[in-house]
Write a new protein. Structure first.
Length: 248
């Protein structure tokens, strides 16, 4: 069983840019009528290719907001977000959708599986949207479900799955595109210890085998301790609590 306390060095790095992701003075203010909520108040962060980062912080500290901004799912109110050198903040919606579909594996806090599609079709979705041939899609979906330990769950709809299985489907959908970066919002939040360890082993395997950059939000101290870098959000600011290791 892979230890949760160490991050192996990535074997291969697909990314050629010096930074996988860069945030420059990012601010996010939500506006609802006359009410403003300042969720992110100025964060500058460099994520190197192959980094394994845990984002921590109390409820409401802006963790999900930050992850959505990193994925180009939410525009920052100020500042810039660069994914492998490309500025996401001046891209059109369709360009952003394409970048997300090809480069970013995003695991939502509440999974966001489409309820009327089978598990297999949920996983296939990004590949279908990208126009891959059906036989390739089938092969990759099957491999992704097997990798996540649910090879027989393809035909089931989300409501027929347990919480742990739904997460695995969401993770399979994120990984099936072989993303350069995976952004996961409290992926193990609803799992028991055993399931949580299994899921973390998958993250560590992907990281070690493919050099995939991983940023995950977690409340779990053991999981955070297993990351290469730990970043705590406090009052909309980021504090690095475990400095980046050299060479990682
Ligand atoms: N779409 C939105 N519109 C208005 N306010 C929002 C929106 N999304 C988040 N917020 C507010 O921004 C702040 C940060 O929310 P966020 O979801 O990023 O926190 P979080 O750290 O992920 O919390 P949790 O640990 O509970 O998931 C909160 O005060 C929240 O109410
Ligand atoms: Mg959240």
């Amino acid at each position: 069983m892979a230890a949760l306390t160490t991050v192996p060095e990535p074997r291969a790095t697909r990314e050629t840019h010096a930074t996988a992701l860069r945030l420059e003075d990012v601010e996010v203010t939500y506006r609802r009528g006359s009410v403003e909520v300042s969720a992110v108040r100025g964060i500058t962060l460099d994520v190197a290719p192959g980094d394994f980062i845990a984002i921590e912080g109390p409820s409401g500290s802006g963790k999900s907001t930050l992850l959505r901004v990193m994925a180009g799912l939410w525009p920052p109110s100020a500042g810039r977000v660069l994914l492998a050198g490309q500025d996401l903040t001046d891209r059109s919606d369709s360009e952003l959708a394409l970048i997300r579909r090809r480069e970013i594996g995003f695991v939502h806090q509440l999974f966001n599986l489409l309820p009327d599609l089978s598990a297999a079709d949920n996983v296939a979705l990004p590949l279908l949207l990208d126009g891959l041939p059906a036989d390739q899609i089938d092969r990759r979906v099957e491999a992704a479900l097997a990798q996540l330990g649910i090879p027989d769950k393809g035909p089931m709809r989300p409501e027929e799955l347990s919480g742990g299985e739904m997460l695995r489907v969401a993770l399979a959908r994120a990984l099936v595109i072989e993303p350069t970066i995976v952004l996961a919002d409290e992926p193990t939040g609803s799992l028991d210890r055993n399931n949580s360890q299994n899921v973390m082993e998958i993250f560590h395997e992907i990281h070690a085998a493919r050099g995939t950059t991983i940023v995950l939000v977690t409340h779990d101290q053991d999981i955070a301790a297993g990351a290469g870098r730990r970043i705590r959000l406090v009052d909309g600011h980021a504090v690095e609590t475990l400095p980046r290791r050299t060479g990682n």
